[in-house]
Design a protein around this ligand. Structure first.
Ligand SMILES: [Zn+2]
Length: 465
């Protein structure tokens, strides 16, 4: 049995306090990677000791066996526990034994029909919605299904007290966010395809080597195709990497995950797989190559590398500028306001969080208040605002704003890509160059005119045809 941590015990006490004061349906907010399942198991154990029945509902099937293992380990009386996926349970409500307590994992989904059907089938049960991000895209919020919220410790507090690892965050801008289109609460695959620069595959490797060489990394991609390309690029330079996605056969996937745990694999590239649940304790670097408009996914991606270990420094590399939408993972967020359906909110609420900045030299993202002596807290470079050495980034943590700073970003992307191409062509001869970009970079590097690059490029095309 796990010994509960103080902050976990505190959350449990707050839940009982809320129940005693008359609430029946309570949102329980806990940041990712802080042992939500252990808290749920402890509450389930106390309920089953008294002979009460509990129901535990999950959103994704991948984590069911892990949750069952945790419940058993925490001495929950499994004869009194019904555990399953929402899609399964919602069809069988008439046949299921009546629970006195319903525990819902990833509770931010619980305002949807399938969950409501279960909750309404057992109107006398207490319901606890566990989530790191009690917020939904759209108008209706969790106050539609809940009457109270218990807010856990902040990510900053957990980091200060060594329950989460400290991180450095970099924003690389390999994306044109104006092309992103939303549907069903997140960006469509097609629009992500269009928005993400294809230079990204090589760039991911370069930046991994620059910022996180030697660290075990998980990469989040937007499609199987792109995940395979990224994996191949890592393998090309001799870094062990594998790709997993929803279609990967389960035993093969488990084998790869085990290899990663055993540190035989350096890099795991995945598509929509490593979100909640699946435990990968030794991730030290997260690489985001998938934009998202879901705060829940953003925190699950970025915080995947924050399991603590003495002396650990986690690295988060954001190629798709998710920070423009959500700020840094440890931005304080007002969850008490977030669960209130929009037109009922207090008008005065402006949750923009503290100002964050980007360093022009290392592309690090940091809080402006962490500038000391005007030096970048990530690379130590002396920064002067007048010279545009750093830029204050506008983030509104409540309202998602697209197109924000897009023009600036485009320029920056171009600059990074040019520098990258420049570095790639530095030790090559003109005969080894193929694209116009490479030729232009070569011309710039050697002081040739831009006309030279065009001329060379056209010559090549003629030869090819
Ligand atoms: Zn810097």
């Amino acid at each position: 049995m796990f010994e509960l941590r103080d902050y976990q015990r505190e959350t449990i006490n707050q839940v009982y306090r809320s129940i005693r004061s008359g609430h029946r349906r309570i949102v329980v907010q806990q940041p990712p990677r802080t042992g939500k399942t252990v808290i749920m198991a402890e509450i389930a154990r106390r309920a089953t000791i008294k002979g009460n029945r509990v129901m535990f509902i999950i959103h994704r099937k991948e984590i069911l066996s892990q949750a069952i293992a945790t419940f058993k380990q925490q001495d929950v009386d499994m004869d009194l526990a019904t555990m399953g996926m929402v899609q399964t349970l919602t069809r069988r409500t008439a046949k299921l034994p009546t629970p006195q307590l319903i525990l819902i994992d990833e509770g931010h989904h619980a305002a949807s029909k399938s969950y409501r059907h279960i909750i309404e089938a057992f109107p006398n049960a207490y319901v606890l919605y566990f989530t790191a991000t009690p917020i939904r895209t759209g108008h209706d919020q969790l106050d539609q299904v809940a009457d109270d919220i218990v807010v856990g410790k902040s990510i900053k507090w957990l980091t200060t007290h060594d329950f989460l690892a400290p991180f450095k965050y970099y924003g690389l801008g390999d994306i044109d966010r104006s092309k992103l289109q939303k549907s069903h609460g997140d960006y469509t695959t097609q629009s992500m395809d269009e928005a993400i620069s294809h230079q990204i595959y090589g760039h991911i490797i370069d930046q991994y080597q620059r910022l996180a060489q030697g660290k075990q990394a998980v990469v989040y991609c937007h499609s199987i195709e792109s995940a395979k390309q990224v994996t191949a690029k890592f393998q090309e330079i001799g870094i062990s990497a594998a790709e997993v996605d929803g279609e990967t056969e389960a035993t093969h996937r488990d084998k790869l995950v085990q290899q990663f745990r055993d540190q035989q694999l350096m890099v795991l590239v995945n598509v929509n797989l490593f979100t909640e649940g699946i435990d990968l304790p030794n991730v030290d670097c997260v690489i985001m190559a998938r934009p998202t408009s879901s705060l829940a996914l953003y925190l699950q991606f970025s915080m995947r590398c924050l399991n603590p270990r003495p002396g650990k420094q986690a690295i988060i590399i954001d190629h798709v500028d998710n920070f423009l939408t959500f700020g840094l993972p440890d931005n304080d967020r007002d969850w008490n306001q977030a669960i209130i359906t929009k037109d009922k909110r207090k008008k005065t609420n402006t949750d923009t969080g503290p100002a964050i900045c980007q360093c022009k030299y290392c592309f690090g993202i940091f809080y402006r208040q962490d500038l000391t002596d005007n030096c970048c807290p990530l690379c130590g470079h002396k920064l002067e605002k007048d010279k545009h050495d750093y830029k204050v980034v506008n983030v509104d943590l409540q309202e998602i704003k697209e197109n924000q700073a897009v023009e600036h970003r485009k320029k920056m992307i171009q600059q990074i890509l040019n520098d990258q191409v420049m570095a790639n062509v530095a030790d090559k001869s003109p005969g080894q160059l193929h694209t116009l970009k490479e030729l232009q970079a070569y011309a710039k590097l050697h002081g040739y005119s831009t006309g030279w690059a065009w001329h060379q490029f056209n010559n090549r095309r003629r030869k090819k045809w």
